[in-house]
Design a protein around this ligand. Sequence first.
Ligand code: AKG
Ligand code: FE2
Length: 263
Amino acid sequence: MAEIPRCHRPTLEQFREQFAAPGFPVILTGLTDDWAARRWTPSELARRYPDVRVSVTPRDSVVEGTRETRLSDYIETVEQGRDGGDYLTSWCFRSDCPELLEDFTVPVYFQEDWLEELPQKNDMMWLFLGAQGSGMGLHQDLGHTAAWNAQVTGKKRWAIIAPEFEDYLYDGEVCAFEPDLKRFPKFRHVRVQFADVEAGEVLFIPGAWWHQTRNLETGFSITANYVDETNYRTVLTCLERAGEEELLDMLNEVAQRKVATWK
Ligand SMILES: O=C(O)CCC(=O)C(=O)O
Ligand SMILES: [Fe+2]
């Protein structure tokens, strides 16, 4: 069984050379010790923002079955142990509760995000609250952007798969944790890398890598997708293939501006 390596506070150059540029996942440690967010509790967030509307998604789904609910209603079911595997996913908390931004800092490796420079805002930073047993189905991220995922509290198991295995993944229908090899026989050829990410650790997921999650303990995570010099080519290729003309044009413009400053 392949595991994802851990790396304690690499320099920006080390991170880019060893992980971001070649596209290798890694668990980064030692980056969140001073985050006030590490003390967040579900009940405290429910008390501060009871009426915020959030989306919850059934276990092993990506979007299917997603429904809207009040933050405090979801948290109540989690605390009573009646969550049914629902996962509070993709809460764009920056617009609803901007003061939460004071409770953490984006790790230095991910601060240069070209998406922030697009004329049309595309908010790809989200807060997740996973009840124990919940998780997201196998998928690739939008536009093959890369992502960082900070496990703020709790603990989460990840299965991560390199893009080269795409032909054996049945468009993500297969479960990477308990694959049904009778239904999905080609999955045998896949090399899955696993990681149990602990509170305080930050996982880097390279663009186009497939991933699936399972919360081992109830907890928050903060995640953002981003584009920078290490991955913009992957993203442009993906947008071109998908015929996403508008986003492609906007990102191309940012890329040309950046590349011009390197000369
Ligand atoms: O944190 C998780 O469980 C998965 C997050 C994820 O894959 C995503 O936001 O695309
Ligand atoms: Fe994802």
